[in-house]
Ligand binder design. Structure first.
Ligand SMILES: Cc1cc2nc3c(=O)[nH]c(=O)nc-3n(C[C@H](O)[C@H](O)[C@H](O)COP(=O)(O)OP(=O)(O)OC[C@H]3O[C@@H](n4cnc5c(N)ncnc54)[C@H](O)[C@@H]3O)c2cc1C
Ligand SMILES: NC(=O)c1ccc[n+]([C@@H]2O[C@H](COP(=O)([O-])OP(=O)(O)OC[C@H]3O[C@@H](n4cnc5c(N)ncnc54)[C@H](OP(=O)(O)O)[C@@H]3O)[C@@H](O)[C@H]2O)c1
Ligand SMILES: *[C@@H]1O[C@H](CO)[C@@H](O)[C@H](O)[C@H]1NC(C)=O
Length: 447
């Protein structure tokens, strides 16, 4: 570091990940100049900023948030929070989305992030530049604008970039043969806001991820007749009234009828794709070599760093994780890389590490599109980064409580959000149902 000024770090996006990045950069003013957070909208919180409209804002920019009106969190607040900033004590474990937005605003208050955010500013380009004496010989030019008129854009140079642009925005539409022949209302969960418009209607929900399951339950509550079409093993937990399961939709016939993989057919009024989202990095210079294929973003060392451009960090691309603590760990790891407390391997060694990791996952039968789904492996990943970076790992109860919630959800998706959790100490916690009865904790042996 000798001879260099403070590092200037740009953060793309002021959702939970970008805010977390900024919080950790600001904690190290010895090393970093105050970060600059670029944010398209007028708000912090990304996903957690509910917008009743769908499509576009008045200024023509697309509405990115996929939040719907009645959504409650699916992770108890005790482990959903950033580890250094708990949710308010009076709240139940599963909060309404408005509370998460408030929480993220309070995080900004507490860690004094507001002054560092440039609202109404879209990052249009992130370009690497070779700079003698720069961090790893590199710097980054960021071109930004109001997103509407790119002729009035600004270019600024930074030493490093943390990309925190989110990935639940651009609908993934599977290639279903004949889809254009479907005659009813075709929509994606990205544009779902509330159940009332679907009252008493027949709906095929495609995909049983958390969106498919939650939306199927909301639709059942307004007496819709739902077929939940998905490719997983049939769900065995109690289903809401009026929800049936079917295999995936195979194709749409010439007359607009949906045909499932078992040959059965349906002609629903609504075909709701809950098929997930695409990764998009439209601003990232192709030279950086980060590619997206089948829902995999690669090559990234530790799912974060392109080996050839190690001052770029793509935070939060993993799926099936506990997001806020994951961002907390990744951000601290990035700081440990930039402050030199963890020295990155050579480019070749990082590339080999990535290849070995991918090969090991494939050998276990993990499909390419699921490689970024860390699921129960996230805890080992978090601990690994904490160990490499030399910072505090998550408290011990975290993994066990999170995994237990998953077990409760699989057993009883209709009621698990009514439970309330209590942390006793570093290792112990308790859970009660709505009636205040203490529940038996599941045996968690796989982590
Ligand atoms: C329907 C739904 C329900 C969810 N429920 C839960 C839950 O219960 N619990 C949980 O922990 N997680 C939940 N999640 C996951 C959720 O996405 C994460 O909690 C978290 O919000 C992700 O934060 P992020 O910062 O990575 O992305 P986002 O929240 O998407 O934020 C990205 C930000 O970057 C900005 N941005 C994008 N591109 C640019 C650009 N070019 N220039 C400038 N700014 C840009 C966007 O405007 C946005 O503000 C849910 C997600 C969805 C879609
Ligand atoms: N708080 C809440 O209650 C809540 C509610 C909704 C969403 N969320 C969050 O929102 C995020 C996004 O969830 P999501 O459910 O929208 O996306 P997702 O997790 O990517 O799930 C999409 C699902 O669609 C399936 N799918 C895709 N194409 C298909 C096809 N052609 N036929 C059948 N199935 C198909 C996928 O199966 P494969 O994986 O096998 O391809 C996958 O199971 C997650 O982080 C989730 O936790 C939270
Ligand atoms: C945590 O609490 C439990 C139950 O009260 C107790 O048995 C255990 O010793 C405590 N552990 C620690 C680390 O304090």
């Amino acid at each position: 570091m000798a001879g260099m000024g403070k590092l200037r770090v740009a953060v793309v996006g002021a959702g939970a990940a970008g805010l977390c990045a900024a919080r950790h950069l600001l904690a190290r003013q010895d090393l970093f100049a105050p970060p600059v957070l670029f944010e398209i909208t007028k708000h912090v919180g990304g996903t957690w900023v509910y917008e009743e409209r769908v499509g576009h804002y008045d200024n023509g920019l697309p509405i990115q948030s996929s939040m719907y009106r009645d959504l409650r969190t699916n992770i108890p607040k005790e482990v959903m929070s950033f580890p250094d900033f708990p949710f308010a004590k009076h709240l139940p474990s599963f909060v309404h989305h408005t509370e998460v937005r408030k929480y993220l605003e309070q995080y900004c208050d507490h860690f004094r992030l507001w002054d560092h955010i440039r609202f109404d500013t879209t990052v249009d380009a992130v370009d690497p530049v070779k700079v003698k004496g720069g961090w790893k010989g590199l710097a980054w030019d960021i071109t930004s604008s109001d997103g509407v008129d790119q002729s009035k854009s600004t270019k600024e140079r930074f030493d490093a970039v943390m990309v925190c642009n989110g990935h639940f925005y651009d609908p993934y539409i599977p290639a279903i043969p004949g889809l254009e022949k479907y005659k009813g209302m075709l929509m994606h969960s990205h544009d779902y806001r509330s159940a009332e418009p679907f009252a008493d209607k027949s709906v095929v929900v495609l995909g049983a991820g958390l969106s498919g399951l939650d939306i199927a339950m909301e639709l059942a509550n307004v007496n819709a007749k739902v077929i939940l079409s998905h490719g997983q093993k049939p769900l065995t937990c109690p289903m809401p009234k009026g929800v049936e399961q079917a295999p995936p939709v195979r194709k749409v016939l010439d007359d607009g009828t949906l045909q499932f993989q078992n040959g059965e057919q349906a002609e629903p009024e609504v075909f709701m794709l809950c098929t997930g989202y695409n990764f998009l990095f439209p601003f990232l210079n192709e030279q950086v070599g980060v590619r997206v294929k089948e829902h995999l973003v690669y090559p990234l060392y530790k799912f974060l760093i392109p080996p050839a451009y190690p001052s770029l960090f793509i935070v939060g691309i993993c799926r099936a994780i506990c997001p806020f603590p994951h961002f907390h760990v990744q951000s601290q790891f990035v700081i440990s890389v930039l402050d030199g407390s963890f020295s990155l391997p050579t480019r070749e060694d990082m590339e080999e590490d990535i290849e070995l990791d991918m090969a090991a996952r494939r050998a276990r039968g993990v499909a390419t599109r699921h490689i970024l789904k860390l699921d129960s492996e996230q805890w080992a990943y978090n601990d690994h980064l904490a160990q490499l970076g030399g910072f505090q790992p998550l408290p011990r109860y975290w993994a066990n409580l999170y995994e237990s919630n998953k077990v409760f959800r699989a057993r009883d998706m209709l009621n698990y959000k009514t439970y309330n959790y209590n942390i006793l100490n570093e290792t112990e916690w308790m859970v009660q149902n709505l009636q205040g009865q203490q529940l038996q904790k599941p045996q968690i042996t796989h982590i």
